[in-house]
Design a binder for this molecule. Structure first.
Ligand SMILES: C[S@@+](CC[C@H](N)C(=O)[O-])C[C@H]1O[C@@H](n2cnc3c(N)ncnc32)[C@H](O)[C@@H]1O
Length: 349
């Protein structure tokens, strides 16, 4: 999976245990991001739906959630990956924008990204291979980037990993069924069929994912937009239509409250943390009519960028690092017996 702000990588074992103990057969991962939680639920054999507004999240969802490894020809995928790894480098938009005008990747890797992305568009667009090949390219590019894990800046010195040659690997499809949606979560919950369990992991501050991961957006869309500023963000990052209600202190509490009311799930698992704009009491009051409500507190390491501070283009420190650890909370709501089972499995009863 890619490096991702708010990714639940370290919380995955606990969330996986809770999901498994719930006995759910169907699960919804709203705000799915890397699709890490949806992936775990599908691995457990559940029918999963992933929802996120980001284009790269839709590609990950199409790869790991919607595709069923039992119904596709794995050899076709292996052959296509081998073919893409052998495509000759060709500098283009990506190299110029993200490796020369900005320094997210070394130009020798940028030229390969350009050539491979163009070949995916020319040869695999519209086929079942398109999503897993794009996922494979995104993951390969992430392994050789020169950032701290967010694309609002790149590092002054090339990272050690950026010297490595880009290599596409098998994205390892999962068996089973699922659906991947690129949609606003507030809309999706009003349209989706009921599920046994819904996991919600909304953004909790002003940093917009559309701007923080603009390189992945542009690589997936391949629309080669105009860019602005030192970070070379897509110009439509400034467009109010690309704002999320979840990135504003004013709109976030009501938007989340509406989703908690609308989501048709027997059990809700919600991630939030001590920086959230909505209090524990408010959250509990939104879900208390669903049966039992419990909150688990977990210490959670922050993403690396916020630990090492913020630097400008010439390497001068312009921001102080945030706290090293956040307190993450998992709110569980649902039928009393199910919540009791989940707590017991997590060793919290
Ligand atoms: C905290 S991250 C989720 C991380 C994810 N659980 C993981 O482990 O990778 C929040 C996600 O919400 C998405 N998002 C923001 N606003 C949204 C909205 N209105 N509807 C759906 N997704 C949204 C962002 O694109 C981002 O991927």
């Amino acid at each position: 999976m890619i490096k991702y702000l708010g990714s639940k990588r370290t919380l995955l074992p606990l969330i996986g245990t809770l999901i498994e103990a719930s006995g759910a057969k169907s699960a919804l991962d709203l705000f799915s991001g890397t699709t890490r939680i949806a992936h775990e639920a599908k691995r457990q054999g559940k029918f999963v739906t992933s929802v996120d507004t980001a284009s790269y999240s839709k590609v990950f969802g199409d790869t790991w959630i919607a595709l069923d490894s039992n119904t596709v020809d794995q050899r076709e995928l292996t052959d296509a990956i081998a073919h893409l790894n052998s495509v000759a480098p060709q500098a283009g938009y990506f190299t110029k924008t993200f490796c020369e005008d900005a320094r997210y990747f070394q130009p020798f890797n940028g030229e390969r990204i350009d050539a491979i992305r163009s070949e995916i568009a020319a040869t695999y667009s519209g086929s079942w291979l398109e999503a897993p090949l794009l996922s494979s390219l995104l993951l390969a590019a992430d392994r050789v980037d020169s950032t701290t894990g967010v694309q609002m800046a790149y590092l002054k010195q090339w990272t050690r990993r950026s010297f490595k040659a880009l290599e596409l690997l098998d994205p390892k499809l999962l068996a089973g069924g699922g659906v991947a949606l690129q949609q606003d979560a507030s809309e999706a919950v009003r349209q989706l069929a009921p599920v046994n369990l819904a996991y919600l992991d909304p953004p909790y501050n002003q940093h917009r994912y559309f701007g923080n991961y603009h390189v992945w957006e542009s690589l997936v869309r391949w629309d080669k937009p105009e860019t602005y500023g030192i970070a070379n963000k897509r110009v439509d990052v400034k467009d109010p239509a690309n704002r999320s209600d979840f990135n504003s202190r004013k709109t976030m509490p009501a938007a989340l409250g509406r989703i908690l009311k609308d989501v048709r799930a027997e059990v809700i698992v919600l991630s939030y943390n001590n920086e959230s704009w909505i209090s524990r009491e408010e959250l509990i009051s939104q879900v208390e009519d669903r049966g039992s409500v419990e909150v688990l507190d977990v210490e959670f390491k922050r993403y690396i960028g916020s630990q090492i501070g913020i630097y400008n283009k010439s390497g001068a420190r312009v921001g102080e690092p945030g706290a090293k650890a956040n307190l993450e909370h998992l709110l569980l709501a649902g039928p009393k017996r199910t919540i009791a089972k989940m707590l017991k499995a997590a060793g919290k009863s």
